[in-house]
Write a protein that binds this ligand. Structure first.
Ligand SMILES: Cc1cc2nc3c(=O)[nH]c(=O)nc-3n(C[C@H](O)[C@H](O)[C@H](O)COP(=O)(O)OP(=O)(O)OC[C@H]3O[C@@H](n4cnc5c(N)ncnc54)[C@H](O)[C@@H]3O)c2cc1C
Length: 471
């Protein structure tokens, strides 16, 4: 490794913390990433899984003449292209249909989507096209009557949690980034020209790490740490809970995404094809007072999503839900605007006297840019000129060792399951998994596909956990 001029300690291994680690490591800085739970186990596992500029934010930019929204869309569309190429096995282009009921709607949405396409740079996705009524009903056989056709536009879709885990592995393999999960940052203090970070492991005694700068990238928990460092400082975030449901495509056949452009409370809803023949529906947008570690979907939000599905599609009244998950948007605002209307731009706050930077807000799609902006701000605070970052077009880790483990321990975890003992051992020994949940949810993503199957494999792993001893 190159000799590093700067050492960073980052709290939070969601997309924000990983983005900062990526940008810092590419400049040759030394990085220690501290995560209270597991990699991307907070909001970064609960997204709609879209790599997008956000057609809704474009509409909002135009209606409210908001430069922040306009800029966010442009920036995110640029990052969309990079993310799609960064890990093609986990990110792919996705067509999404926006249905219309009248010639006026066709014109309105058509103009919006052509602007969305114009803003995209580089142009790496197919063009927006008009889908005739007959074709729309072939693509969505259970769609209710009343639509005249649809615009088909393109965005990206990805497996958020697994992408984060692969990125962590890549950062560790390529740049020797030190990643410690189930370690919580409990405070910091400035000392001479350094910052001392206090860290509490889940098991064991607390310890300190010295660094040149500290980054608070704890997403919805940003204010907890800000207020621990400076008691009494006013909060910056407003949290909004977003819930999703997953159902079998047996009840809702679809091959492309579907956008419900307007709900009665001014949101958009997505219905997207998801892993293992499921469909993902979301999201809600409910203001929440404080974040919970493992949020569940409230009945009211499930009912809301079900009601919209019934409004648009013919489905059995009590169609079964395979999985449901929720997360908190860490939105930066203090005014009383409804959370659905707060811009998703990221905000950087630097406390030079504490040698600390707080990275707030943002989107998964823009995580690389958020990280680069944070590192540029730290360089400025330290009066350093940044070397040009190492060029990087992909973040795919080397998984040869995983294959070796699978060959060495090929037994399936359960009958009719393709997951093997080798995978459990690999993720435990080399991929930061410390609990059965880390494997089932964080490496296999089963709680996002089928909660029944996730529970079954969790029970098996819990029973046999000690047999997967570390070597
Ligand atoms: C419902 C919903 C849908 C979304 N859909 C999309 C989408 O489709 N596309 C898109 O681009 N964006 C989307 N977003 C936005 C995006 O998911 C979030 O902006 C992003 O995941 C936030 O990441 P983060 O790293 O800031 O926070 P998190 O992912 O929550 O990470 C923060 C981490 O910090 C850890 N932590 C907390 N306190 C400490 C501490 N003291 N010490 C150490 N670690 C700590 C937590 O355990 C957590 O892992 C969506 C957001 C929501 C809520």
């Amino acid at each position: 490794m190159r000799k590093s001029p700067v050492k960073l300690v980052i709290a939070g291994a969601g997309c924000s913390g990983l983005g900062v680690a990526l940008a810092a490591a590419r400049c040759g800085w030394q990085v220690l990433l501290i995560e209270a739970q597991d990699i991307a186990s907070g909001t970064s596992t609960a997204s709609t899984k879209l790599i997008h500029g956000g057609v809704r934010y474009l509409e909002s930019a135009l209606k409210r003449l908001s430069y922040a929204d306009w800029h966010l869309v442009q920036e995110a569309l640029h990052e969309r292209a990079w993310m799609l190429q960064s890990h093609p096995a986990l990110c792919h282009p996705l067509p999404i249909l926006l249905p219309t009921r009248s010639p006026l709607q066709k014109l309105y949405y058509g103009l919006g989507l052509s602007l969305y396409e114009k803003l995209s740079s580089p142009k790496n996705l197919p063009k927006t096209t008009w889908i005739k009524k007959e074709d729309l009903y072939t693509l969505f056989p259970s769609l209710k009557a009343g639509f005249s056709g649809a615009w088909e536009y393109w965005d990206g879709q990805f497996q958020d949690r697994l992408y984060a885990v692969h990125l962590a592995l890549f950062l560790h393999q390529r740049y020797a980034v030190d990643i410690r999960t189930r370690h919580q940052v409990t405070g910091i203090r400035a000392y001479a020209n350094k910052v001392i970070v206090q860290i509490q492991p889940k098991e064991g005694i607390s310890y300190e790490e010295e660094a040149d700068f500290f980054v608070n990238a704890t997403g919805p928990w940003i204010d907890t740490l800000r207020q621990r460092i400076r008691p009494g400082v006013p909060p910056r975030l407003r949290l909004s809970r977003g819930s999703h449901l997953v159902l079998s495509r047996q009840y809702l056949p679809l091959e492309s995404g579907f956008l419900i452009p307007k709900t009665h409370d001014g949101r958009v809803l997505f219905v997207l094809p998801w892993l293992e023949n499921t469909a993902l529906v979301g999201t809600t947008d409910e203001e929440a007072p404080s974040p919970e570690w493992n949020p569940t979907v409230p009945e009211k939000e499930e009912a809301y999503l079900r009601a919209y599905l019934h409004r648009y599609f013919d489905l059995p009244q009590d169609f079964p839900i395979e999985a449901a998950f929720a997360g908190y948007r860490p939105l930066v605002a203090t005014k009383a605007t409804p959370t659905a209307r707060i811009a998703r731009t990221h905000v950087i706050e630097v406390w030079p006297q504490h040698r600390t930077l707080h990275l707030m807000g943002g989107k998964w799609t823009t995580f690389r840019k958020m990280g680069a902006d944070a590192v540029a701000a730290i360089a400025q605070a330290l009066s350093l000129s940044l070397p040009p970052p190492e060029p990087l077009s992909a973040i795919v880790p080397d998984l040869t060792e995983l294959e070796t483990y699978k060959t060495k321990y090929p037994l399936p975890i359960a009958p009719n399951e393709s997951f093997t003992e080798g995978e459990v051992r690999f993720w435990r020994e080399k991929g930061w998994a410390q609990t059965p949940e880390d494997i089932v949810e964080g490496r296999w993503q089963l709680h996002l596909i089928s909660q029944k199957r996730a529970q079954k494999l969790l029970n098996i792993l819990k029973e046999r956990w000690e047999t997967f001893t570390l070597q």
